[in-house]
Design a protein around this ligand. Structure first.
Ligand SMILES: Nc1ncnc2c1ncn2[C@@H]1O[C@H](COP(=O)(O)OP(=O)(O)OP(=O)(O)O)[C@@H](O)[C@H]1O
Length: 238
């Protein structure tokens, strides 16, 4: 179980204001909210890239005081996907994740279904494959917490579903927190949702209790939830 209670400012600008929630293994947590609401800042605070005020507890232990090396053994972070710039093979790229922790590249690549492509250049991968390799690099770190910032942002609907399916299955073994912009993917895959606006928690709870009213309060437009055979769709109306 991870308990988070943090505030963070960039200079004078308060980006997180008393953000308080918990996340558990077996329940995929999605963080949603408008641009600039503090989602990426929150992940960076948990990953140890930024130093927030407050506490982050993992199974009762405060991890905020740990060294970067110790923190890296517990928490893995997949930043917003850029495109690869250097000509590493898939295997070399994932090996970077093991620098502090000595985790297994083979196990991580097999977990995301990319072991067969281990000798290929990352420059030749599709956007979806590259996202899987980024996730494998984080898994190779071997942490108990996996943080993902917009893991489906460059993917078509088919690959987005595939990556979300993988992330959902990864959440059975570890605590997974994913920043998502796509509300439909959120409703379909997340077990719990944390809704941020202006650095504050507007709503936190199980996905099935999220209502169109909450989304309207956060995004400022009306929403309708349409229930179909494959799940619930969110339809915005201007
Ligand atoms: N390095 C920085 N220096 C100063 N202000 C920053 C910095 N990074 C983010 N901010 C500000 O902090 C607030 C939260 O930004 P953050 O990137 O966490 O939001 P977000 O919800 O992830 O946004 P998006 O959905 O656009 O990615 C914003 O007002 C942003 O302008």
């Amino acid at each position: 179980m991870m308990r988070v209670e943090v505030s963070f400012s960039y200079g004078e600008r308060k980006a997180l204001d008393g953000v308080d929630f918990s996340a558990d293994k077996g329940r995929l947590l999605a963080v949603i909210g408008p641009n600039g609401s503090g989602k990426s800042t929150l992940l960076k605070c948990i990953a140890g890239i930024l130093k927030p005020e407050g506490r982050i507890e993992l199974d009762g232990e405060d991890i905020t005081a740990l060294s970067p090396r110790e923190r890296a053994k517990l928490v893995s972070y997949v930043p917003q996907s850029s495109f690869p710039e250097f000509d590493f093979t898939v295997e070399e790229f994932v090996e970077m994740g093991t620098y502090f922790t000595g985790g297994s590249v083979e196990r991580a690549l097999k977990e995301v279904g990319m072991w067969e492509k281990k000798s290929e250049s990352v420059l030749k991968l599709s956007g979806g494959e590259y996202q899987l390799v980024l996730i494998a690099r984080a898994l190779a770190q071997g942490g108990r917490v996996l943080l993902l910032d917009e893991p489906t942002s460059h993917l078509d609907v088919n690959h987005a579903l595939e990556v979300m399916g993988l992330i959902k299955s990864l959440s059975r073994e570890r605590i997974v927190v994913a920043v998502l912009h796509d509300l439909n993917l959120t409703l379909r895959y997340a077990d719990d949702v944390l809704v941020l606006k202006n650095g504050k928690v507007i709503w936190f709870g199980p996905t099935e209790e999220l209502t169109p009213d909450v989304l309207q309060r956060v995004y400022g437009i009306k929403f309708e939830f349409v229930r179909g055979n494959s799940g619930t769709a969110v339809v915005p109306s201007l």
